[in-house]
Every structure is written in structure tokens, then in C-alpha cells.
Design a protein around this ligand. Structure first.
Ligand SMILES: [Zn+2]
Length: 166
């Protein structure tokens, strides 16, 4: 029996030793490791190269699906909003986190121009007009037409995908 939590910790420790940031993700399916990754932001300058994103991409590519039903996803820390969103999108059976923000914050901080670790979920919950990230709504009828075109090409159905059972 693989200790997926320990594997997640080991991956993150190894990443820190190699100059990376202290995060890792392991995706388990049927008692095996389907995919895994550490955070690669420091190594790649890609702000989306969080461990969750990279591991989800690898798992979905391997399985040939955008749904990770039937998997358990282990993460070193409670996910950031970007990763939480991607976890919602891929529909795993369960997400297991091994530390909280409060637990690691005395040792690691990753504040940004528009949010701090302590406030980022609050920022996301606000109406778009009230967020610190400047956003502008520029309505165009032709933008909705793209969705109408998609629906026409999809036999009149709106539904883009069906989550597999199980
Ligand atoms: Zn993240």
C-alpha cells in the first residue's frame, strides 16, 4: 500500500532542495500513482505551474479524459483559488490536504499585487466591481453569438460535457 500523503511530502521536500517552492500533488487511482508533480513556478517562471495544475494535466492526458472521477488527489497545502477551481473542474472523488494556510504561513508567504494569502479567497468572493484586480465589462453581442454558434454545432444542446458516473 503506497503512502500517498508521504509521497506528496517527499516530492515537495525534494523540490525545495532543488530550488523549487514547497508544494506537491499526487493523484491516486486504484491504489496506484496515476500522476504527480511538484510546483514548478520557480523553475519555469510560469505562474500557473502549480503542482495541482501540472499533475491534473498529466493525469487527464494519460486517461484521455477531462474528468478525474475515481481518483483521490493529495496536495501538500489547502489549494489556492486557481487550483481549487481546477479541482472542481476535474471532479475527483476526494481532495486530501496535508497542511492549512494557517499552518504554513509562519514559514512561507506568496503575496501578490492584488491579494495576500490571508485575503485571496475573500477577493474571489467579491463582486467583480469590488475586486482589487481591475476588471472592465465590455459587452458585445457578437460574443454571445459565438456561444449560439457552438450550440448550433452541438445539435442544439447547451451541455458541453457529461461527468462519468462512479
Ligand atoms: Zn495553486
Amino acid at each position: 500500500m503506497i503512502d500517498f500523503a508521504q509521497r506528496t511530502i517527499d516530492l515537495a521536500r525534494q523540490n525545495v532542495a532543488e530550488g523549487g517552492r514547497p508544494f506537491a500533488t499526487v493523484i491516486a487511482k486504484n491504489g496506484e500513482i496515476l500522476a504527480e508533480s511538484a510546483n514548478k513556478v520557480a523553475q519555469t517562471n510560469d505562474p500557473t505551474a502549480h503542482a495541482e495544475i501540472l499533475a491534473i494535466r498529466e493525469a487527464c492526458t494519460k486517461l484521455g479524459t477531462e474528468h478525474l472521477v475515481g481518483t483521490t488527489i493529495y496536495v501538500l497545502a489547502h489549494p489556492c483559488p486557481m487550483c481549487l477551481g481546477s479541482l472542481y473542474y476535474c471532479s475527483p472523488d476526494e481532495v486530501v490536504f496535508l497542511t492549512t494556510r494557517d499552518g504554513y504561513e509562519p514559514h512561507y508567504v506568496d503575496d501578490r499585487k492584488y491579494f495576500e494569502l490571508a485575503t485571496f479567497y475573500g477577493e474571489f468572493a467579491k463582486d467583480w466591481r469590488d475586486r482589487r484586480l481591475p476588471m472592465r465589462y465590455e459587452p458585445r453581442a457578437a460574443a454571445v453569438d459565438v456561444y449560439r454558434f457552438w450550440q448550433e454545432r452541438n445539435g442544439g444542446q447547451r451541455t458541453a460535457t457529461v461527468v462519468p458516473p462512479g
